[in-house]
Ligand binder design. Structure first.
Ligand code: NI
Length: 253
């Protein structure tokens, strides 16, 4: 029985002490950590960190908030770096209408380009969708051909979760599920099929209870697993087993 966890989304490059965070994760039985990319300037750095640490895997992509900085030359950069077996997907890519709605169309264009790139490389995609559920869903449906889809930090309703699951997509659940007022998120965690759940921290953000307000770190993914187990009346080991299996399958790790 698998007894370890995987943090499928942690910006460990943004942590105060990356060595300490990885050590702490290992001590807490978090055996694999997936490091997404946000900024164009970080593409090489993500690959370097993935090379440096045995249990760290990288994703390459440009975050929707950075879409104005997209340059078509990044397609080649990503293709070259993705030859590295430690690069296991494209992300985080998607749409974010929360911070700034002034360049939604540019975000969509860059999103589509990166979906097509993932399809060409036959890699899974890690999706950032903030207050853009409808457009994210429609663009993925229209443009994605063969990449496995992971909805990172899923923030939709139970109904939207159902629609995503129907498409065969995975939903990654993070620290928000531990927040007292996160009613919608708890409903999703209870309702969705177990074979579509992934765990994540989104470190250094969204720290789960009981450490809410402090810097998040991959070790805390265990609190997310605990909360989901509690909500579903399952054991921690059962949640560990299924979510680890799902992550290994999606990312081929
Ligand atoms: Ni993120």
């Amino acid at each position: 029985m698998t007894k370890y966890l995987i943090d499928t989304h942690a910006h460990i490059d943004m942590l105060a002490d990356i060595d300490k965070a990885i050590q702490q994760a290992t001590e807490n039985n978090i055996k694999k950590i997936i490091l997404p990319c946000a900024y164009p300037r970080d593409l090489e750095k993500i690959a370097e960190i993935a090379n440096k640490y045995k249990n760290v895997y990288g994703l390459l992509g440009i975050h929707p908030s950075e879409a104005k900085d997209w340059d078509d030359k990044y397609t080649e950069t990503i293709k070259t770096l993705a030859q590295n077996p430690k690069i296991i997907g494209i992300g985080e890519i998607g749409l974010d209408y929360y911070w700034d709605k002034s360049f939604n169309e540019i975000q969509q264009e860059v999103f589509i380009k990166q979906i097509q790139l993932a399809n060409e490389l036959n890699l899974p995609i890690c999706i950032h969708d903030r207050e853009a559920h409808k457009d994210t869903f429609n663009i993925l449906k229209q443009y994605n051909k063969n990449s496995t889809v992971v909805m990172h930090c899923f923030s939709g309703s139970k109904e939207f979760a159902k629609e995503c699951v129907k498409e065969g997509w995975y939903l990654a659940i993070g620290g928000v599920v531990t927040f007292k007022n996160a009613v919608k998120m708890k409903e999703v965690a209870i309702d969705m099929p177990l074979d579509k759940i992934l765990l994540e921290t989104d470190s250094p953000y969204l720290t789960p209870e009981p450490y809410r307000g402090k810097e998040n770190t991959p070790a805390y993914v265990k609190y997310v697993a605990q909360k989901i187990a509690e909500l579903r009346n399952l054991s921690f080991e059962e949640i560990a087993e299924i979510t680890t299996k799902n992550a290994e399958k999606v990312f081929g790790i």
